[in-house]
Design a protein around this ligand. Structure first.
Ligand code: SF4
Length: 82
């Protein structure tokens, strides 16, 4: 991992807060708490771009909350854009 390429992660609120609310219960209270924190995160755009790059590279959708959206929300928005 290049420090410069991933420097934005130093400002990620999830890394500062900790916990597993970003990875469990995609429709549950954990994801709601995660999305609230994401909404104040200064690197929400970089986070979503990173997720999209990982998904393109791996050819699969990531689970959990990234950039303030659950996997289901991202799927729905992809469907609406298609
Ligand atoms: S927007 Fe991304 S980096 Fe920021 S708190 Fe949410 S999941 Fe973490």
């Amino acid at each position: 991992m290049s420090a410069g390429r991933y420097a934005w992660m130093a400002d990620a609120l999830c890394a500062q807060v900790g916990g597993d609310q970003w990875t469990e219960g995609l429709a549950g209270s954990g994801s709601q708490a995660a999305k609230r924190i994401c909404s104040d995160c200064p690197v929400i755009t970089e986070c979503d771009q990173h997720r999209a790059a990982l998904e393109r590279h791996d050819g699969t959708q990531l689970r959990g909350v990234w950039g303030g959206r659950t996997q289901n929300q991202r799927r729905q928005q992809l469907g609406e854009a298609a």
